[in-house]
Design a protein around this ligand. Structure first.
Ligand SMILES: CC(=O)CC(=O)SCCNC(=O)CCNC(=O)[C@H](O)C(C)(C)COP(=O)(O)OP(=O)(O)OC[C@H]1O[C@@H](n2cnc3c(N)ncnc32)[C@H](O)[C@@H]1OP(=O)(O)O
Ligand SMILES: NC(=O)C1=CN([C@@H]2O[C@H](COP(=O)(O)OP(=O)(O)OC[C@H]3O[C@@H](n4cnc5c(N)ncnc54)[C@H](O)[C@@H]3O)[C@@H](O)[C@H]2O)C=CC1
Length: 311
C-alpha cells in the first residue's frame, strides 16, 4: 500500500507540475536580452519581475521596452491609437522591477538569467538564488556560449535547470533554443519548451555543446568576417553588402556584431579560445579586442565597427 501511495503521489506530483504552466517569471538582467525577454513574457500574459543592479538601469530598460512595445502595437492595432496605448499600458503593468535578485526570486515559477557573459558572476548569482527560491522554481540561463552544466552546478537544483537561449531582438526573433543537461528532468525540459511556446516562439532542443546550434555556426561566421577585414581582403561595408545581397542575410556580419554587442562577442571568443585552443575558428581577434578596449561595444555605446547616432 505504501508503495502504491508513493507511486501514486509521485505520478500526481509530476502530472500536477506538468499541467501547472509557468505564470510568474523573474528575469535577472535588464540589458539588451533581459529587457526583451521581460517584454515578450509580459506581452504573452506572464507576470514579470525584471532585476538589474540599479534603478537607473531599470528605468532605461523600461523605456526600451515601452519603445519596442510601441512598434509592436503599431503593427497590431494599425490606425487605432487608443488600442495601441492600452496594449502598451497593459503589458507594462505586468512588469515590476527590483534591484534585489534574491528578494525577486522568492515566489516565482521561473528565473531566467540574462546578465553579463561571465561564468563566475553567473555562478555566484545562482548560488545565492538557489537558497532563496521555492522548491518548484526552475532556473534557466540565456547564456550565449557558456556550458549550462558549469552554471547549473553552482546550485542544488540541476534537475530543475536548463538553458533558455533567446535571440536579439527578442520581440522579433522567433526562435528559442532549449538546452538540456543530463541532469535536467524531463518535466523541467517540458515546462521550458511549453514556456517557449507560450511566448509564441518556435523551440529547438539542444545539447549542452559550445554555442548550442545557432551560435556554433553564427559566431565563427562573424569572426571569419573580422579576420577577412584584418587581412585587408575587403572593407566592412563590402563584406556586409555581399552577405546581405549575395547570401540573403538581413544584416551583414559587422552590422550583426555591432547589434549583438562587441563586448558580448569578445566574452564568447575569450571563453572558447581559452577552452578550445586547438580549434582554429575559435581564435581571438586583435581587432575585436582593440575595439572593446576602446569602449566601442557596438550600437549600445554608439560605436563599434560603425558609428551610430546616440539616442
Ligand atoms: C549572440 C547570441 O547569443 C544570439 C543572437 O541573438 S545572434 C543575433 C540574432 N539576430 C539576428 O540575426 C538579427 C538579424 N537582423 C534582423 O533580423 C533584422 O535586421 C531586424 C529584425 C533586427 C530588423 O529588421 P530591419 O528590416 O533591418 O529593420 P527595421 O525596418 O527597423 O525593422 C523591421 C521590423 O522589425 C520591427 N522591429 C525591429 N526591432 C524591433 C524591436 N526591438 N522591437 C519591436 N519591433 C522591432 C520593426 O518595427 C519593423 O517592423 P515593420 O516591418 O512592421 O515595420
Ligand atoms: N547580445 C545578444 O545578442 C545576446 C546575448 N545573450 C546572452 O544574454 C546575456 C546578457 O546579454 P546582453 O543582454 O546582451 O548584455 P547587456 O550588457 O546588454 O545586459 C546585461 C545586464 O545585466 C546586468 N547585470 C550584470 N550583472 C548583474 C547582476 N549580478 N545582477 C543583476 N544584473 C546584472 C547589467 O547591469 C546589464 O544591464 C549574456 O549571457 C549574453 O551572452 C544571448 C543571446 C543574444
Amino acid at each position: 500500500m505504501a508503495h502504491v501511495c508513493k507511486v501514486f503521489s509521485r505520478r500526481l506530483s509530476t502530472s500536477t507540475a506538468v499541467r501547472s504552466a509557468i505564470k510568474h517569471v523573474t528575469v535577472i538582467g535588464g540589458g539588451l536580452m533581459g529587457s526583451g525577454i521581460a517584454q515578450v513574457a509580459a506581452a504573452t500574459g506572464h507576470d514579470v519581475i525584471m532585476v538589474d543592479q540599479t534603478d537607473d538601469i531599470l528605468a532605461k530598460s523600461k523605456a526600451a521596452i515601452q519603445k519596442s512595445l510601441g512598434r509592436v502595437a503599431k503593427k497590431k492595432y494599425a490606425d487605432d491609437g487608443e488600442a495601441q496605448a492600452s496594449f502598451v499600458g497593459e503589458v507594462m503593468s505586468r512588469i515590476s522591477t527590483n534591484t534585489d535578485a534574491v528578494a525577486a526570486c522568492g515566489k516565482t515559477d521561473l528565473v531566467v538569467e540574462a546578465i553579463v557573459e561571465n561564468l563566475d558572476v553567473k555562478r555566484r548569482l545562482f548560488t545565492a538564488l538557489d537558497a532563496a527560491a521555492e522548491e518548484h522554481t526552475i532556473f534557466a540561463s540565456n547564456t550565449s556560449s557558456l556550458p549550462i552544466k558549469d552554471i547549473a552546478s553552482a546550485t542544488k537544483r540541476q534537475d530543475r535547470f536548463g538553458g533558455l537561449h533567446f535571440f536579439n531582438p527578442v520581440p522579433m526573433m522567433k526562435l528559442v533554443e532549449v538546452v538540456k543537461i543530463p541532469e535536467t528532468s524531463n518535466e523541467t525540459f517540458e515546462r521550458l519548451v511549453n514556456l517557449g511556446k507560450a511566448m509564441e516562439k518556435t523551440t529547438v532542443e539542444c545539447k549542452d555543446t559550445p554555442g548550442f546550434i545557432v551560435n556554433r555556426l553564427l559566431v565563427p561566421y562573424m569572426m571569419e568576417a573580422v579576420r577577412m577585414l584584418e587581412r585587408g581582403d575587403a572593407s566592412a561595408r563590402d563584406i556586409d553588402t555581399a552577405m546581405k545581397l549575395g547570401a540573403g542575410y538581413p544584416m551583414g556580419p559587422f552590422e550583426l556584431a555591432d547589434y549583438v554587442g562587441l563586448d558580448t562577442t569578445k566574452f564568447i571568443m575569450d571563453g572558447w579560445s581559452q577552452k578550445y585552443p586547438d580549434i582554429e575558428i575559435f581564435r581571438k581577434s586583435d581587432l575585436l579586442n582593440k575595439l572593446v578596449a576602446e569602449g566601442k561595444f557596438g550600437r549600445k555605446t554608439g560605436e563599434g565597427f560603425y558609428k551610430y547616432d546616440k539616442k
